[in-house]
Design a protein around this ligand. Structure first.
Ligand code: ZN
Length: 160
C-alpha cells in the first residue's frame, strides 16, 4: 500500500542539520504516525513521503521554505533585562510567552548579557535545511473520522 491522501503512515526518522548534528530522532521510541495530505508534517517531507510504502528508506533534504520557514528578523528582539524582573536566573534556552501586537508568541532566550536579553520568536528550526533519514514502517487507510478530523486517532495519534 502506497502513501497517499487519506492514508496513515508510520515512520522512523532521524533529523540532522547541515553540520550533521542530530536534532531529533525517533530511535528508541515509537515511530511517528501521521495522516498524509493534511499538513501534519512539514511540506517538504510530506511531498517526499508520497508514493512510498512500508520498508522504504529514504533520505530527504528539506529547504527552510518547505520546512519550518525562514527566519523572520523582526521576531528577534533585544529587550532590557529589567523586563524580566521576577525571573532570577535568565538562561539561554528558556522559553517565555510574550505579548505582541499579533497576540501571544512563544519566544526563546538566545543570548543574555548584563544589561539585555535577546529573545527569538522564530521556530527553533526556522531558516535551517532539514536532513531527514526516514524508514517507513507501515501504511494503512485512514478511517472516515480521521479524514474528517485531519489527524490520526488511536495508536500514535489523538485520543478523544
Ligand atoms: Zn480527532
Amino acid at each position: 500500500m502506497l502513501i497517499e491522501d487519506r492514508r496513515v503512515a508510520q515512520f522512523h526518522y532521524t533529523l540532522t542539520n547541515d553540520q550533521g548534528e542530530v536534532l531529533d530522532s525517533s530511535a528508541g521510541h515509537e515511530p511517528l504516525t501521521y495522516l498524509h495530505g493534511k499538513g501534519n508534517i512539514v511540506p517538504g517531507l510530506e511531498k517526499a513521503m508520497a508514493g512510498k510504502q512500508a520498508g522504504d528508506k529514504l533520505k530527504v533534504s528539506v529547504s527552510p521554505e518547505e520546512g519550518y520557514g525562514l527566519q523572520i528578523p523582526e521576531l528577534i528582539q533585544v529587550v532590557p533585562r529589567e523586563a524580566f524582573k521576577g525571573v532570577d536566573d535568565i538562561k539561554v534556552g528558556m522559553r517565555f510567552q510574550a505579548e505582541t501586537e499579533q497576540g501571544p508568541v512563544m519566544v526563546r532566550v538566545t543570548d543574555v548579557s548584563a544589561e539585555t536579553v535577546t529573545v527569538d520568536g522564530n521556530h527553533e528550526l526556522a531558516g535551517q535545511t532539514l536532513h531527514f533519514e526516514i524508514e517507513v514502517t507501515s501504511v494503512r487507510d485512514a478511517s472516515v473520522e480521521e479524514v474528517l478530523h485531519g489527524h490520526v486517532h488511536g495508536e500514535g495519534g489523538h485520543h478523544h
